[in-house]
Design a protein around this ligand. Structure first.
Ligand code: ATP
Ligand code: MG
Ligand code: MN
Length: 545
């Protein structure tokens, strides 16, 4: 079947790509699309149901282009989803005056609207008899929803003045493709992700990477049997993966996925991987020694899980102390003890709050520091697994451990204020080989566990993973590019630089391979320019699952 011709710079939704968390308002910058904010009242809903509802929100899209966004508070939402049907009980979660201004519906409204690809009238789904009228009145219609007023969120998609000439959806390198968070082939990708995960936990890295690459390749529409020829010509889709896709299109499933999901071994390995510090090989070793559950791990490592009392880091002080830093180490033991908190995803507002607290403390140590929140947050994810912040100061100089010193000072100060509970320094700032002699100390990374101070509003604070990256001013922008991700995008940036441009790129610098000439880009755009790449907005670097 001949391929339909498309302009190289057309924006394609990555069809083979899955979103890990709620997608941002990609609608606000796409004409004709709009965004509707939804708040879920968890009470009375099973965790699994909540997970399903979130999933529906993530993947919601009406024919008129309306998308949904999970919203952390009822105040800011237009729709509130709940299984509570009594005024008294709902008032525990939403102020009654606020409730009157919302459409308050049962979960079924979301399921049915999702199924029918339209915003259904809310009346018949009203959760509260008392607010039946208001729910009808406040029920949004596709054409009425206004775009988010959040000014810098989501990050701008593709600026019209910068449409990348070389960029196309089937380019070999993901740093030459636009990869937004939205993904039309969600179900297929989730199946492929199971195969990828399986290969990954089993240590079959090459196969896992194969799936990861396939998943990252965008496709312009939902794949049907008519598309096989076109799909077979996409980069990174080999015979094996194509046959899995064929299975899925024909039978709605990939048989191997079902087998994998039923394996105790797979279940345990994946579970062990949710502990910070336990990678696939440790997980396999633990499994081989007969361990199967988190309880088994707790016995093995001699810890008990903490579900409350989390604002007090004193109780953690008995844990391993790093001999290097004198501060509690971020070890497997800690990962296990804090597992239930660390696996909780972090909303954007908390990411920003944490950045503000950190930068405020840093300002007391040294005024004039600059910072950028990178990672998934910068790519527009609604919820992140951790917080990544790149920090610099214009006066930092190489050579006498200034970067390291500032980082250590901040860590000590945050620890003394009980904001930071654990830390692990990564010494891999020497990663940039060609820079070793002159620039070996350009970056300092500290992987930490952070907890916000009590807000005084009875809000439970939980431990969060926080990565702090201190950079010399001349590598600030490379560090930002290097820590924005996604991981596949970064992998391809490195490969592109090496294979096509004879350059070396990583977070700590850019250099020319044949003579080790160093480059110090003054902006993120310049990083791309130096690598002879079209600039791609962070929101379009979501080349991972
Ligand atoms: P999330 O945190 O929500 O899982 P993320 O994309 O922010 O998503 P991270 O693991 O925080 O994932 O990594 C952010 C980016 O920082 C990665 O894409 C990677 O490019 C870079 N990165 C992470 N760890 C390191 C490291 N040790 N050295 C260099 N770069 C790293
Ligand atoms: Mg991150
Ligand atoms: Mn991180």
């Amino acid at each position: 079947m001949p391929l339909p011709k498309r302009p190289a710079n057309e924006i394609y939704s990555p069809i083979l790509k899955r979103k890990r968390s709620s997608s941002p308002n990609s609608g606000s910058d796409a004409p004709g699309k709009s965004l509707l904010k939804v708040f879920i009242i968890d009470a009375k809903l099973d965790a699994e149901v909540v997970e399903d509802l979130r999933h529906l929100i993530d993947n919601f899209g009406t024919a008129a282009g309306t998308q949904l966004q999970l919203c952390p508070s009822a105040e800011d939402a237009q729709i509130v989803i709940t299984d509570i049907h009594m005024q008294k009980r709902i008032e525990r979660h939403v102020n009654w005056d606020t409730a009157k201004q919302k459409a308050i519906v049962t979960p079924q409204w979301l399921r049915d609207s999702f199924e029918s690809k339209q915003l259904l009238p809310c009346g018949e789904y009203a959760a509260l008899r008392e607010l039946y009228e208001e729910t009808i009145q406040n029920c949004p219609e596709d054409s009425q929803i206004s775009a988010s007023n959040d000014q810098d969120f989501p990050p701008k998609a593709i600026p019209s003045s910068r449409k990348g000439a070389g960029i196309c959806y089937n380019h070999h390198y993901s740093c030459m493709r636009y990869s937004p968070l939205i993904c039309p082939n969600q179900k297929l990708v989730e199946k492929l992700a199971i195969l990828r995960r399986h290969r990954e936990v089993e240590g079959l890295d090459i196969q896992a990477l194969g799936y990861e690459r396939a998943i990252s390749v965008p496709f312009p529409r939902v794949i049907t049997t008519n598309d096989f020829h076109e799909v077979s010509e996409l980069p990174h889709i080999g015979r094996k993966i194509l046959s899995k896709i064929q299975d899925f299109i024909q039978h709605g499933d990939i048989p191997e996925c079902r087998t994998i999901l039923n394996e105790t071994r797979y279940q345990s390995l994946v579970l062990f991987n949710t502990v910070y510090g336990i990678g696939p090989s440790t997980a396999r070793a633990l499994y081989s020694s007969g361990l199967r559950t988190i309880k088994d791990l707790e016995r093995h490592y001699g810890v008990t899980s903490r579900t409350n009392d989390s604002n007090d880091n004193a109780s953690l002080e008995h844990l391993d102390r790093s001999t290097k830093t004198g501060l509690p180490d971020l070890s497997i033991k800690v990962g296990l003890e804090l597992r239930e908190e660390l696996i909780m995803r972090i909303p954007r507002s908390e990411v920003e709050e944490i950045r503000d607290v950190v930068m405020n403390e840093l300002a007391h140590i040294r005024s004039g520091c600059v910072s950028t929140i990178t990672g998934g947050y910068r790519r527009g994810k609604i919820e992140s697994n951790d917080i990544d912040i790149v920090i610099s100061h214009k006066d930092l100089k190489p050579g006498d451990d200034q970067v390291k010193g500032l980082c250590a000072e901040l860590i000590r100060c945050l620890y003394d204020k009980r904001l930071l509970t654990h830390v692990m320094y990564l010494s891999s700032f020497r990663e940039h080989n060609t820079l070793r002699t002159t620039h070996w100390d350009s970056l300092q990374k500290a992987l930490t566990v952070f907890i916000l101070p009590d807000s005084g509003k009875g809000q439970k604070r939980i431990h969060r993973r926080l990565d702090l990256i201190f950079a010399l001013p001349e590598v600030y922008h490379t560090a930002i590019v290097g820590w924005t991700g996604s991981t596949m995008f970064e992998r391809d940036l490195r490969l592109w630089a090496k294979e096509k441009k004879g350059m070396k790129f990583d977070s700590s610098g850019i250099s020319r391979r044949h003579d080790s000439k160093l480059y110090f880009p003054k902006s993120e755009e310049e990083v791309f320019e130096l690598l002879d790449l079209e600039f791609i907005e962070p929101a379009l670097r979501n080349a991972d699952l």
